[in-house]
Design a protein around this ligand. Structure first.
Ligand SMILES: Cc1cc2nc3c(=O)[nH]c(=O)nc-3n(C[C@H](O)[C@H](O)[C@H](O)COP(=O)(O)OP(=O)(O)OC[C@H]3O[C@@H](n4cnc5c(N)ncnc54)[C@H](O)[C@@H]3O)c2cc1C
Length: 474
């Protein structure tokens, strides 16, 4: 703990955002980084608590937060970096997109503002890249064992990175044109600029990992073939099966899933080809996003940048409280009304609204018939259910509808069918404590095992499974 009075005397300072008008004109990152001198001061706010809840409770990868805060306060970025990367393979991703459960669990958050842990993490890793402290050298020892990783999202990349560092020969197979999973095709560029992903992929390739892109395992190559060539296989294919809304009119044109919409804009930004007949674009349209979560907010920000006339977001759950409620006491992740940067850019968010029907003309969606709902507890042993409120029905104009209502688990695929791998009750691939499926030598990690989650959880699960693979191969 560098400064024993830091948490009393220094106020939290957040990173500034680009102005609304400026950022709506491009897809560049909306958030700036705090200066290194600001972050020295911010790190002084850390109290080095006897029980660091940020590390022990909040952070899924158990980042050593008080320790790196202390070195950041002292300006010893090299030591801070060593500590940071000992727990987190990719702090440059989490430092930009993590919702920071560590900050929600920071002891300072009990009666004041938490330490700016996410920004400090970002500064440490960026300082590391700037100062050439991050080595692109392959490991000094190579083992005679080969591992195939299927899928290159944060979970697959974590496994590849962890095993490569330990000397294993790793090949990552990826269906998309470029690695990164949802980091590359999903999360909008205005939250995570793609040079950040590309910098990491180039580094990993230089360190000896082979990337085979444009290859769908189960279709282009069978998993049985991989089994003959590799000593272990890890499935890290994500959980991208979208929740649908089977109400009348769902088959009209103009209704799309969020991932199709968002990944298309990522492709445009990467100068990848998007055929005109497949194009989903909000320009000059009245857009309705159904789903009020983070993916919905990503769609909102994208539609505003594309030049939508108007964007409305409909959410069926009630408006959350502005302050932490008794249901989610500290250090739990609080259910709160969060205004994302996209919400500050424009659009209207409506709570407790159900969608009853899509109405169209000549096969194309034109309106949505909605109603207000009330959440009613009819049985104390069951969660509340939405009941339509009488006489609240209304229509909203919509010539582009984006469904962003969450994900149900891994997509049905030839890969899963070919392996007949065991699934859990929620449709995710079942794993033991070491990440191994019911099949010998076949592991699973990330969303494919947990369901759609967070980048930091995908990294945490990847680290656990990498350890399981190492133990298995030994
Ligand atoms: C729109 C959106 C925004 C999000 N924003 C955030 C955020 O801001 N912060 C945050 O923490 N989390 C965010 N998340 C959640 C986070 O991105 C995911 O939890 C995380 O990416 C999961 O990582 P993964 O590696 O398990 O899977 P994914 O990232 O989904 O990667 C799986 C990869 O496997 C590949 N694949 C699938 N099948 C095959 C096959 N048969 N052969 C070869 N390759 C295959 C896919 O092409 C894909 O590249 C967001 C999610 C979405 C959908």
């Amino acid at each position: 703990m560098g400064d024993p009075r830091g948490f009393i005397e220094i106020k939290r300072k957040d990173a500034p955002y680009r102005s609304r008008d400026e950022r709506l004109r491009d897809y560049k990152a909306v958030e700036h980084q705090l200066s290194y001198s600001d972050l020295n001061k911010q790190a002084a706010r850390c109290m080095d608590c006897g029980t660091p809840f940020c590390h022990a409770y909040g952070c899924p990868i158990s980042n050593l937060v008080p320790e790196f805060n202390d070195f950041a306060f002292r300006g010893n970025w090299q030591q801070a970096l060593e500590i940071l990367v000992s727990a987190n393979n990719f702090p440059e991703f989490t430092g930009r997109v993590c919702p920071a459960p560590c900050e929600a669990a920071c002891v300072s958050a009990l009666n004041s503002d938490p330490v700016t842990i996410r920004q400090i993490e970002l500064a440490i890793i960026e300082k590391g890249f700037e100062s050439g402290l991050i080595s692109s050298e392959p490991p000094s020892i190579r083992l005679d064992k080969k591992v195939a990783v299927i899928g290159s999202g944060p979970a697959g990349l974590t496994i590849a990175d962890s095993l490569n560092r330990a000397g294993y020969r790793v090949t990552v197979f990826e269906n998309a044109n470029y690695p990164g999973g949802i980091l590359t095709y999903g999360i909008p560029d205005f939250k995570l600029e793609k040079w950040v992903v590309e910098r990491r992929i180039k580094l990993m390739a230089a360190q000896g990992i082979t990337f085979e892109t444009g290859v769908k395992i189960g279709d282009d190559i069978s998993c049985h073939y991989l089994k003959k060539r590799f000593d272990a296989i890890c499935l890290a294919c994500g959980a991208r099966k979208p929740r649908d809304l089977p109400v009348p009119g769902r088959d009209l044109n103009g209704i799309y899933f969020a991932m199709d919409y968002l990944s298309q804009q990522n492709k445009r930004n990467r100068d990848e080809y998007v055929g005109p007949s497949d194009e989903i674009i909000a320009r000059d349209k009245k857009v309705v996003v159904i789903g009020g979560g983070d993916t919905g907010s990503d769609c909102l920000g994208t539609a505003l940048r594309q030049g939508a006339i108007r964007v409305s977001q409909l959410e069926i759950v009630p408006k959350p409280p502005v302050k932490r409620s008794d249901n989610t006491p500290w250090p739990m992740w609080p259910v709160l009304l969060r205004q994302t940067h996209a919400h500050k850019e424009g659009g209207d968010l409506f709570w407790s609204i159900m969608t009853k029907e899509f109405l169209g003309e000549k096969g194309v969606v034109k309106k949505i018939r909605c109603a207000e709902v009330e959440w009613v507890v009819s049985d104390v042993n069951r969660p509340p259910v939405p009941i339509e409120k009488a006489s609240t029905e209304f229509e909203i104009e919509a010539d582009l509808v984006i469904l962003a209502m969450g994900f149900l688990g891994p997509e049905e695929s030839n890969l899963v069918a070919e392996l007949s791998v065991e699934l859990d009750g929620r449709g995710n691939v079942k794993a033991d404590d070491h990440g191994m499926t019911n099949l010998d030598g076949i592991f699973v990690a990330g969303d494919m095992a947990m369901g759609q989650s967070l980048v930091v959880r995908a990294i945490a699960d990847g680290r656990k499974t990498a350890l399981g693979i190492k133990t298995y191969l030994r």
